[in-house]
Write a protein that binds this ligand. Structure first.
Ligand code: UDP
Ligand code: MG
Length: 319
């Protein structure tokens, strides 16, 4: 732990927001008492990620009564990973806590997280003990995703189960995170890759207080692909082995036909099987090409080197 600079906050709460107008008041009503109880100087960095509702107006209203609130307004919607990156980039505290505004991450936990941080842990990871607020499908797909990811991810990048972005990170961890140059920011994976001294803190996840989740099936699928491609090249390499296996099978089958013709003569009605095999292999090849495309697309994104987010305006009480 570094020596606190009295001009800077000890605790930074980082909050990405998109269309959270309905949840904001309840969120601050629960967050602020916790932060006051902890008794350390704090700041709340809220990033408005291109909300179409009254989120920004409400934030500025809350800011009038809460000078510790800093608001960054992005130029459009950049997605959760980008808005969270923005919030963390601007945080100045010695400990940084990303949290969702929908109260699915209970603010009361921050007290215990700070206590564990004071004991010397660099990362305190709240871990959900229940997922019953999620639908059956979301629970199952999440479970399969974690299994697959951890089976093929690079060493060090395996994700602890049922851990989200909600966590406490020491300044050292945040500074290290900022050194990771990738634009495709799969935050959970980046956090895990960093390592540091971690401790798990079990808690019960609640349902959203208001509004709806912004992650539908398609977005979750894209998100899962981002995660897998960021931390594993197995989906690229698998085609070599699959190709080899299929070539071997084809070779064996060819031999079988030769022997059969040799023994029984040339009578092999094969139209249906031929069409099936050719179209099956065509499909396999296209999947392989598509997988390569997923990586090339991401290489292209990285090569362009565009910023992860664009800030339209900063609303802060101090410079
Ligand atoms: N969020 C964001 N930009 C987006 C989508 C979501 O900043 O494009 C924020 C959202 O306001 C919330 C957090 O990210 O504070 C988590 O989103 P959500 O609750 O919809 O995700 P879920 O809990 O369903 O995974
Ligand atoms: Mg949520």
């Amino acid at each position: 732990m570094n020596e606190p600079n009295p001009a800077l906050p000890v605790l930074s709460i980082c909050c990405p927001l998109r269309d959270e107008g309905l949840a904001l008041a309840a969120f601050f009503d629960r967050l602020l008492p916790v932060l006051r109880d902890i008794g350390e100087p704090f700041e709340i960095v809220c990033v408005n990620d291109g909300s179409a509702d009254e989120t920004l107006g409400l934030l500025l209203k809350i800011q009038a009564a809460t000078p510790q609130l800093r608001v960054l307004d992005l130029s459009r919607n950049f997605g959760k990973e980008a808005s969270l990156t923005c919030a963390i980039d601007h945080a100045r505290g010695l400990a940084v806590v990303p949290i969702d505004a929908d109260l699915q991450d209970p603010p009361e936990l921050i007290m215990e997280m700070v206590r564990l941080w004071r004991k010397g842990f660099d990362v305190v990871l709240p871990q959900r003990v229940n997922r019953d607020v999620d639908s059956w499908l979301k629970r199952k797909t999440a479970l399969w995703f974690y299994r697959l990811h951890n089976a093929i991810a690079d060493a060090g990048a395996s994700l602890p189960a049922n851990v989200g972005d909600f966590r406490l990170m020491d300044r050292r961890v945040v500074d290290a995170l900022k050194l990771l140059p990738e634009r495709n920011r799969f935050m959970k994976g980046l956090f895990a890759w960093l390592g540091f001294r971690q401790i798990l803190l079990p808690y019960a996840r609640e349902a959203r207080v208001a509004g709806a989740s912004k992650f539908n099936g398609w977005r979750l699928w894209r998100f899962a692909l981002d995660g897998l491609t960021s931390f594993s090249t197995a989906p690229l390499r698998i085609w070599t082995w699959l190709g080899l296996l299929i070539a071997l099978i084809a070779f064996g089958f060819g031999l079988f036909i030769v022997v059969r013709v040799w023994l029984y003569g040339r009578d092999w009605p094969g139209y249906a099987s031929l069409v099936t095999i050719v179209s099956f292999l065509g499909g396999i090849q296209l999947i392989g090409l598509g997988m390569i495309g997923e990586y090339i697309g991401r290489i292209y994104q990285e090569a362009k080197g565009r910023p992860v987010y664009v800030v339209r305006e900063r609303y802060e009480n101090e410079p």
